[in-house]
Design a protein. Structure first.
Lengths: 376, 280
């Protein structure tokens, strides 16, 4: 990006309380024009409340929300330049597809001919061309979702809000819709803000993700930054699976650092950490970043990888659990220290799953740039 | 032979078992035997109408030729129509209010609306009598205004039924549809008209039918609020019975039953079974 995109939604110190319960706690963030933005978090974390405040169905207890520079205080949902696709799709059951999609246009006073054209255009966009006269009860869940999408898109809003759009679809349809939604967003060019608890969905569709935990933003970053550079243990654990070990920071220099973990052993990193010496920290290590040594592959691999001093980034253990998933195999290994670690190994050849079995003694290592040190 | 099933009866097919059929048959006979006898004896050629003497339709002619009876029927239909229209409006609005909003003393309002159903009809009747006397309700108005007192009384006990039926239908309403309509720019009235009313339409039809039938058939409350010029059909039939139990009374009653049955049939057809079975 050469020029910084300008924020289309600005959320400033917004809090929402329901009696004694604080659903959203002093959240501030910017959503940029034209991006696919995702609010990700577990159930009950406040992400849907935040979305509904943008739409106008809830009013913030504190703080303000600006859409395209305009303060939304006092503006009801039917007057905001945003449209929402609801979790249950909320397609009007007594109206045909065309009437559903045309509903907002008719209220806005658009003339008959233009209504027909725009409805046809919107239906083509969601791949429902020709479905004008169908009734909602004659359609599948996925088709009804497209009707809901078309109904909102035909209004040409500045921002499209989606509440858990893929949660009601089966796995295959979900994968297909993830792709289609991203495509659609790029084609139409408007800002999408989605709420979901499914991190796969978030990682695959989003330009940027805000991870919400108990009403606060745990981290706001791009998908890869979120996965590879989590800011805290919650994000590390929520996005993807991870191994987290406690330890003490023993070395911290601008170009290297070391942590001593009772569970994992000595961990060496090829970058500095900026934490107080001797501090209690956590080390996060993703399962796919660990190399399992195939038994009998030679003594060379018992040494650590070349990028760390001896005895660092190395562990031994016994295989206690194995899950063959086709493309990868997941191992649960009990280390010599007693701690458990999860390792994911791609099945690069068609015999790879035969390399290990239960109760095998294994050794493993990881690169010096793989572990992430977390201070919180 | 026909009592035994052709295909074996499945464990949960209670409708096909012998004991179930016998029991249902017995209940049906218990419920409808008096009505059937009433209708048969309306064709009885006998003044006293205790023993069957012969077939005739002359009492139907008598009934239809009885001016006072026809006038009473007209009154009943008018009152029922007016009461139904007002009860629909009142009941639907009450139901939406109770379903949608939270306000102080909501439980009390809810209870008060249900009161006319719970209070014994005779208490209601006496209460109305005293009320209209206390406010000096005018008794010399022309038709149809002279039916005002009865109509008001009927509305009072009809609209809670409409409210009940509409409220149970509202329970199955997906609130996100309301929000979706607002999101697309609809005002409160447009939401009510475009989204809510189509959803409660089956309940409105059922409520209207309920209301009309209750009003048409009402005796106790009407007895207390009607006068010599504002007789309704059930009250007239009662007074006929006081004088003599000729088959004319049976004929009049049979006509009322048939009218009610036709109305029920029409309303069910209008609603369609699909609407009743709608789950969303």
């Amino acid at each position: 990006m050469t020029d910084p995109a300008k924020p289309i939604i600005q959320i400033r110190n917004v809090s929402k309380r329901f009696g004694k319960v604080t659903a959203v706690d002093n959240v501030s963030l910017d959503i940029l024009a034209g991006e696919f933005f995702v609010l990700l978090g577990p159930s009950g974390c406040g992400k849907t409340t935040l979305l509904r405040m943008i739409a106008g169905f809830e009013l913030p207890t504190e703080g303000k929300i600006l859409i395209d520079g305009q303060d939304m205080a006092g503006i009801p949902p039917n007057k905001r330049p945003v449209n929402m696709v609801f979790q249950s799709y909320a397609v009007f059951p007594h109206m045909s597809v065309a009437d559903n999609v045309a509903y907002g246009l008719k209220i806005a006073g658009v003339k008959g001919g233009e209504v027909r054209d725009r409805v046809a255009e919107a239906l083509e966009l969601v791949k429902l061309g020709g479905f004008e006269t169908r009734m909602p009860d004659q359609m599948s869940g996925g088709q009804r979702q497209r009707v809901a999408l078309a109904r909102s898109l035909v209004m040409r809003p500045k921002v499209l809000l989606l509440d858990e759009p893929l949660s009601a679809l089966d796995a295959k349809l979900r994968a297909q819709m993830q792709f289609e939604l991203s495509e659609l967003q790029e084609k139409v060019g408007i800002t999408f803000v989605t709420v979901t608890h499914d991190q796969d969905e978030a990682l695959s569709m989003a330009c940027r993700i805000a991870v919400i935990n108990k009403g606060e933003v745990a981290q706001l970053a791009t998908p890869s930054d979120l996965y590879e550079y989590p800011a805290n243990r919650f994000v590390a654990d929520f996005v993807g699976s991870v191994n987290i070990f406690e330890g003490k920071l023993t070395l911290d220099e601008p170009d290297k650092a070391a942590v001593d973990c009772p569970g994992l052993g000595k961990v060496y990193l090829n970058h500095g950490v900026t934490g107080p010496h001797g501090a209690d920290v956590w080390v996060a290590l993703r399962p796919e970043k660990i190399y399992l040594h195939v038994p009998g592959a030679g003594k060379a691999v018992t040494a650590a990888a070349q990028d760390a001093p001896d005895g660092h980034n190395f562990a031994r253990g016994k295989i206690k659990g194995m899950s063959y998933l086709g493309d990868i195999t997941l191992f649960e290994i009990e280390l010599e220290t007693g701690a458990r670690i999860r390792v994911s190994r791609p099945n690069l050849s068609r015999h790879d799953q035969e390399d290990f079995t239960w109760d095998d003694k294994v050794s493993m290592h990881w690169r010096a740039d793989s572990p992430v040190v977390l201070l919180g | 032979m026909s009592l035994f099933a052709r295909t074996p009866i499945a464990p949960l097919e209670y409708g096909r078992t012998l004991w179930m059929r016998l029991w249902v048959g017995a209940v049906m006979i218990f419920l409808y035997a008096p009505l059937i006898v009433l209708m048969i004896f309306s064709f009885n050629d006998s003044k006293r109408n205790v023993v069957w003497r012969g077939f005739t339709t002359k009492y139907y002619e008598k009934a239809l030729g009885n001016d006072q009876l026809v006038e009473a029927l007209l009154n009943s239909l008018t009152i029922a129509a007016l009461a139904t229209i007002v009860s629909l409006a009142l009941g639907a609005v009450a139901a939406v209010m109770l379903w949608r909003f939270r306000f102080p003393l909501k439980a009390a309002v809810d209870g008060t609306i249900s009161l006319p159903i719970i209070v014994p009809e005779i208490c209601l009747g006496v209460a109305f009598l005293m009320f209209f006397a206390a406010v000096d309700w005018p008794t010399d108005l022309i038709w149809p205004f002279n039916l005002g007192a009865i109509t008001i009384a009927h509305i009072t006990f009809c609209f809670p039924f409409v409210a009940m039926v509409v409220r149970s239908r509202l329970a199955s309403f997906n609130r996100e549809q309301e929000e979706a309509a607002k999101d697309l720019g609809a005002s409160e009235w447009q939401v009510f008209h475009d989204v809510l009313i189509p959803h409660i339409r089956p309940a409105l039809v059922a409520g209207a039918l309920l209301s009309f039938t209750l009003s048409l058939d009402d005796f106790v409350i009407t007895y207390f609020t009607s006068g010599p010029d504002t007789i309704t059909f059930p009250v007239k039939v009662y007074s006929m019975v006081r004088f003599s139990v000729t088959p004319e009374v049976n004929a009049a009653s049979t006509l009322l039953i048939i009218l009610t049955v036709i109305l029920t049939f029409v309303a069910l057809k209008l609603q369609g079974v699909k609407a009743i079975a709608e789950t969303h």
